[in-house]
Ligand binder design. Structure first.
Ligand SMILES: C[S@@+](CC[C@H](N)C(=O)[O-])C[C@H]1O[C@@H](n2cnc3c(N)ncnc32)[C@H](O)[C@@H]1O
Length: 261
């Protein structure tokens, strides 16, 4: 049990959001302790605003020391100040609860996967359709299928083929699920983690994820995908692996990359 706890703790510490939270909690504890000592020793009461400023500075300095990315250093500095400022606005706590539940349903365990939700658009869907094998029916998986737009489009233009979307976050998944229910198309949306999906069952696996996710997707694809099957990645190349296929760039200047296994 201890080994499992230690392994999970080590994995957790590799997640920047978990590190940031621990740093912020340590800075908070240091500020509370420092304020109590000042109060007891010098009869000096630290104001909430000053405490927030010191906590932000401490957290930013610790984050810098630990080599966190520059945006985390700014987030760490501004977080306690933003908290104090927002509390002063006396906004109903139900609003925060509502926003929290909405964001949780939309982004779910983004702190772990490091893949946020953002949809692709019709120009990309057409480019993906043009990259698919045209001479036969295929089995296609969108790993992290979001609102399901890509698969619903592909199922319309390739009705002889089969499409599966797998999505971790509940809100995008439920939207895609009901979109598919209202149409009779060869498309299915499952809620789950693509790490548990066997890529061997698909002729084409499509990913629109993030640079952080791509090395593990590549390893999984190499291990599981059958010879001749195709891995596509929109926007994010796989460092050190030249693609066999590249689409024309879209209006944003972004490409789709393809690798035959
Ligand atoms: C950038 S969006 C792409 C959405 C969709 N493929 C599209 O083209 O519109 C990435 C999606 O992957 C989902 N995701 C991230 N990690 C995942 C995982 N391990 N398993 C399943 N879905 C995941 C996210 O919740 C998010 O909705």
């Amino acid at each position: 049990v201890l080994q499992v706890i230690l392994r999970r703790a080590r994995l957790g510490l590799r997640i920047p959001a978990v590190c940031a939270l621990l740093i912020q909690a340590s800075a908070f504890a240091a500020v509370i302790l420092g304020s109590a000592i000042l109060d007891w020793w010098a009869d000096f009461q630290v104001s909430i605003a000053l405490a927030a400023l010191i906590q932000g500075l401490l957290a930013a300095a610790l984050s810098y020391q630990l080599g966190m990315a520059i945006w985390w250093i700014w987030i760490q500095f501004l977080f306690p100040l933003a908290l104090v400022f927002t509390l002063a606005l006396h906004i109903s706590s139900y609003l925060f609860l509502g926003a929290f539940v909405f964001l949780l349903a939309l982004y779910w365990t983004i702190f772990r996967t490091r893949v946020p939700f953002y949809p692709s658009f019709p120009a990309t869907w057409d480019a993906v359709a043009a990259m698919l094998p045209q001479d036969r029916a295929i089995r296609f998986a969108d790993i992290g299928s979001g609102l399901g737009g890509l698969l619903i489009h592909l199922a319309k233009v390739r009705p002889e083929s089969n499409f599966l979307g797998i999505e971790l976050a509940p809100l995008p998944w439920i939207v895609s699920f009901f979109r598919a229910k209202t149409k009779s198309l060869p498309v299915q949306f499952e809620r789950g983690d693509y790490c548990q999906l066997n890529f061997a069952h698909y002729d084409v696996v499509f990913a629109y994820l993030s640079p952080a996710a791509m090395p593990a997707v590549w390893e999984k694809a190499k291990k599981e995908m059958r010879p001749g099957s195709l891995l596509l990645s929109y926007e994010f190349p796989i460092v050190g692996n030249e693609p066999h296929l590249t689409s024309a760039c879209d209006a944003r200047g972004v490409f789709i990359y393809g690798w035959y296994m």
